[in-house]
Design a protein around this ligand. Structure first.
Ligand code: HPA
Length: 273
């Protein structure tokens, strides 16, 4: 079975279980599962029960697709994502994005926890992603291209939708939430970076670094979806003194900033959902 057929089969399975008119899909990053409390849940499907879905293994990742209303609008929310470092290939990592698209989702909201390289950032900051640098060793569109999913050579001139970003900034301002803005670099992990690597990532133009998001955004753009993405800065890599970073600290910092993220996501969904 080819990718297109798998997507159709998975979408048909989901449609047989839930009725959703969601225009907006949301992917929750590490430590951000608190956002699930802002959904009036109508149904949920565990990844393990969805055909062709990989199964998430990482601590702090819930692993279910939730269907319901946020700010009165239908949404599909992925609580838990698939990371390349877990061993999945890029087709598996990005499969849920394809399925959301097949279910009618036009706008993808992506969140993540990330390390900061910008000297103006502090732990707990939210960063609107306005561009990215792909440093993953495998491209999600590598291989034969199925024109039904998108064009062979997609434009990446504006991966992050300017209009959605503008709305997000207004929502943040209206709620007294300060947000940073910058470039996200996606790396495979699972190691956090060495001090020299953080410096290098800053030199090549990055403000934040993480182990997700970029493949999902590329596939969303391939499929013609509009993207809004945001990082929670959970650690600062650029430092004069040695710093140790743990997954627990990342989860904790993300969870602390999650309510700010939730406010922005809800405000955005209210306007575009
Ligand atoms: N590096 C890579 N991924 C991350 C980091 C980091 O510092 N923090 C959270 N995810």
């Amino acid at each position: 079975m080819n990718l297109y057929e798998k997507i159709q089969e998975t979408a048909a399975f989901i449609s047989s279980k839930v009725t959703t008119q969601a225009r907006v899909g949301i992917i929750l990053g590490s430590g951000l599962s608190g956002l699930t409390n802002d959904i009036e849940k109508e149904a949920s499907l565990k990844y393990a029960d969805i055909p062709h879905f990989p199964v998430s293994t990482v601590q702090g990742h819930g692993g279910e697709m939730i269907f319901g209303k946020m700010a009165g609008k239908d949404v599909i929310l992925m609580s838990g994502r698939f990371h390349y470092y877990e061993g999945y290939d890029m087709q598996a990592v990005t499969f849920p994005v394809r399925v959301m698209k097949a279910l009618g989702v036009e706008i993808l909201i992506v969140s993540n926890a990330a390390g900061g390289m910008n000297k103006n950032f502090v732990i707990g900051d939210l960063m609107l992603i306005n561009d990215h640098i792909n440093q993953f060793p495998e491209h999600p569109l590598r291989g034969p291209n199925d024109e039904r999913l998108g064009t062979r050579f997609p434009d990446m001139g504006q991966p992050y939708d300017k209009e959605l970003a503008a709305i997000g900034k207004i929502v943040a301002a209206e709620n007294g939430i300060a947000i940073q803005e910058g470039v996200y670099i996606g790396l495979q992990g699972p190691t956090f970076e060495t001090p020299a690597e953080y410096r290098w990532l800053h030199v090549i133009g990055g403000d934040a670094v993480g182990m997700s998001t970029v493949p999902e955004v590329i596939v969303a753009r391939h499929g013609g979806m509009r993207v809004f993405a945001m990082s929670v800065i959970t650690d600062i890599g650029i430092s004069d003194v040695p710093v140790t970073i743990t997954h627990e600290e990342v989860l904790e910092a993300a969870a602390e900033a999650a309510p700010k993220m939730a406010t922005i996501v809800k405000g955005l969904v209210a306007q575009v959902g």
